[in-house]
Write a protein that binds this ligand. Structure first.
Ligand code: UT7
Length: 324
């Protein structure tokens, strides 16, 4: 018998405040034209001062549970991806666990920055396949607005806040590519590139939260090279190819990266779910947000073959193949 981690619920939450590119024109030397042209971003959402990452994550988690028709205590584990936790500890996952009223099971965070949701999904899949959990709530939740340097035009226009959540459930499969669920995973990291995308503060270094720093052009170069590669490797591991893909649901950092990856894979843009224009880069939240919005738009249908890919600080990158 093959156990598969099958998606049974998806949901998201975006903070109310929508910030258009024109807002930045008031404070820094930038333009709507530059931001739109270079990144595809038009708007992003920013959390209220009193809204924490766990608040966003809990809202998304409740939406995903509602979508699945499940209660919090039907869940065995929460795996939450974030680089912007409420506190240094305890984990934001345990904050969400308490907020949604889940009184059993276990909850912890994983941190792989913008690739966080891929790593969290891989972890949840491993928990399910190894029999340690039957239902796992996988969450990506971020408040990147808290680590942006508002004077740095090369980074502050790029990111947004939000959260998305996916419920994965153990179901019996046949062991073929026709099964619903996570079919394969491909993960990588290379710490030699840690200095091209990082936060310049931390508990054991500066004792402060710090600000995001990025050599955008360098990260862009790696993204364009690595994202198609990891997606194709993940597909190969599943015994599939990009010809079989119904949807690419990519990390939403830059429309130019999304287009270039799809082109390399030979997948037309009408089979790519794009939300970067509305959300900006929400780091670990971007893929579950795109999955949830994709479902809301009526695009994702049960049985569709998806590949999701992401790259971020570390560098850490990877892809996951899921039959929806
Ligand atoms: O999610 C984690 C992974 N992150 C990413 O995937 C991000 C990857 N990188 C990117 O998306 C792009 O590199 C950026 C959007 C960050 C930048 O686009 P680019 O086409 O690589 O631009 P660039 O960094 O080469 O900068 C081009 C010019 C520079 O001016 P000079 O040196 O040519 O005079 C920048 O100073 O654009 C300038 N610039 C801006 N101009 C107006 C940089 N930021 C801005 C801005 N407004 N906000």
């Amino acid at each position: 018998m093959t156990v598969r981690a099958v998606p049974v619920g998806i949901g998201h939450y975006l903070p109310e405040r929508v910030v258009p590119n024109s807002e930045f024109e008031k404070t820094i030397d930038t333009s709507d034209e530059w931001i739109r042209g270079r990144t595809g971003i038009e708007n992003r959402h920013f959390a209220r001062e009193d809204e924490r990452t766990s608040d966003l994550g809990a809202r998304a988690a409740r939406a995903a549970l509602d979508d699945a028709g499940l209660n919090p205590d039907d869940i065995d584990a929460i795996v939450l991806a974030t680089s912007t936790p409420d506190l240094t500890f305890p984990s934001t996952a345990t904050m969400v666990q308490a907020a949604i009223g889940m009184t059993r099971g276990f909850a912890y965070d994983v941190q792989a920055v913008c690739a966080g949701f891929i790593f969290a999904t891989a972890t949840a899949n491993a928990l399910i396949v190894s029999g340690q959990a039957r239902r796992v709530l996988v969450i990506g939740a971020e408040t990147f607005s808290r680590i942006l340097d508002w004077a740095d035009r090369t980074t502050c226009v790029l990111f947004g806040d939000g959260a998305g959540a996916l419920v994965l459930e153990a179901q019996e499969g046949t062991g073929t590519t026709a099964d619903r669920g996570v079919l394969s995973v491909d993960l990588h990291s290379d710490g030699r590139f840690r200095d091209i995308l990082y936060v310049d503060g931390g508990v054991s270094s500066t004792g402060s939260a710090g600000y995001l720093r990025m050599l955008g052009r360098e990260v862009f170069r790696h993204a364009v090279e690595k994202l198609a590669q990891t997606s194709e490797t993940a597909l190969e591991k599943a015994g599939l190819s990009s010809q079989d893909v119904d949807w690419i649901v990519p990390h939403q950092a830059n429309l130019r990266i999304i287009k270039s990856t799809a082109a390399k894979m030979g997948v037309p843009m009408d089979r790519v779910i794009v939300t970067v224009q509305d959300h900006g880069n929400t780091s670990a939240a971007s893929i579950p947000l795109a999955l949830s919005v994709g479902k809301e738009r009526g695009l994702l249908k049960p049985g569709d073959l998806l590949v999701s890919e992401a790259i971020g600080g570390g560098l850490a990158w990877g892809a996951v193949v899921i039959r929806w």
